[in-house]
Design a protein around this ligand. Sequence first.
Ligand code: USQ
Length: 382
Amino acid sequence: MKILILGADGYLGWPTCMYFSSRKHKVIGIDNYFRRTASMELDCEALIPAPNLLQRVKLWKDTSGNKMNIHIGDITDYAFLLSIFKEYNPDVVVHYAEQPSAPYSMINREKAAFTLQNNLMTTLNVIYAVKETNPECHIIKLGTMGEYGTPNIDIEEGWLEIEHKGRKDKFLFPRQTGSLYHTTKIQDTDMLWFYVRTWGLRVTDLMQGPVYGLSTDESDMDSRLMPHFHYDEIFGTVLNRFIVQAVAEYPLTVYGKGNQTRGFLNLKDTMQCVYLSAEQPAEHKQLRIFNQLTEAFSVNQLAEKVKKIGDKLGYNVAVNSVKNPRIEKEDHYYNIHYTGLLELGLQPHFLTDDVLEEIFKVVDKYKDRINRSAFLKGIKWT
Ligand code: USQ
């Protein structure tokens, strides 16, 4: 496959580049360094220092013998994106190039506007570039489980059959998010669905839950190949944050009651899910939706697991309930269906004590770099 990865420098983007490259596919990556610049601006840089993307590619070549083509640029610039499509004519495009943080999107109007502008324009540009150069190209788009919110009914895999006044039809599952960022993901899905119906594109939309972990088989080859690992309030996901907090002996920041439940997955499983989706593409005129998670936990359950392992490893781990800065349900029903990726062949890596211990050990190596002021930065939804 010739695969174009948008957002190639990111937490998911860089490991995805290596994953496909090590399996001998031709990888072309694009990134505009948004995350690096935003985390410098907001003083919340990643735990593990990462060489810039061009240096990473050289390191990857030296380590694995595999080449990648990398371009630094912004895909909201349509002329730039189109030139890349014309140059390489990819079979698959993986679209990660979005502002990925709910708290970032809630900081102020400027950040909200950036999130809207960036996330919707990148998706629109991908759609147009595919239509203009090769409508056969399979678009794999990273969506989010957060599109569904926490409804009081089971969450189906993307679609819901509804019977109304004796007639039936199938619709996108009702969606109601908890942040502007998550709202842009709904808008992306709606836009993709429109162009699938109108232009017959083939699209896979991956509704992914919060990801944890910091290594993959490829990044284990050299620590300089590790992904950006964020633990701050803005770009860190909850389990990664808790582990770094435990290592720093900073009380774990459980928001509100901590009964909020989400579907989680290991970074290694994100790689598998994207790979399986690329190998077994959506059909023409198909918007294929998978719920991308391997197990569900409440925030309290995660805090308990992290405390258990942290205490075992000799850290002094306290769990603290902080006033919830978000507007979200703290007690809710949550039953998700997620069989599609398992049917494609996903072999889950579950959150065992050993997996947690491994992450702790890596984080401990970088503990002198932990910036405690990044744990809580005071972003509120109201
Ligand atoms: N939470 C805490 N304490 C913390 C951080 C978070 O209790 O210190 C809680 C949040 O209130 C929320 C849950 O943990 O209820 C998950 O929060 P998160 O920050 O790990 O995840 P979220 O903001 O929802 O976003 C992350 C990714 C995003 C992806 C999403 C999937 O950053 O890109 O779309 O996970 S999902 O959560 O299923 O929408």
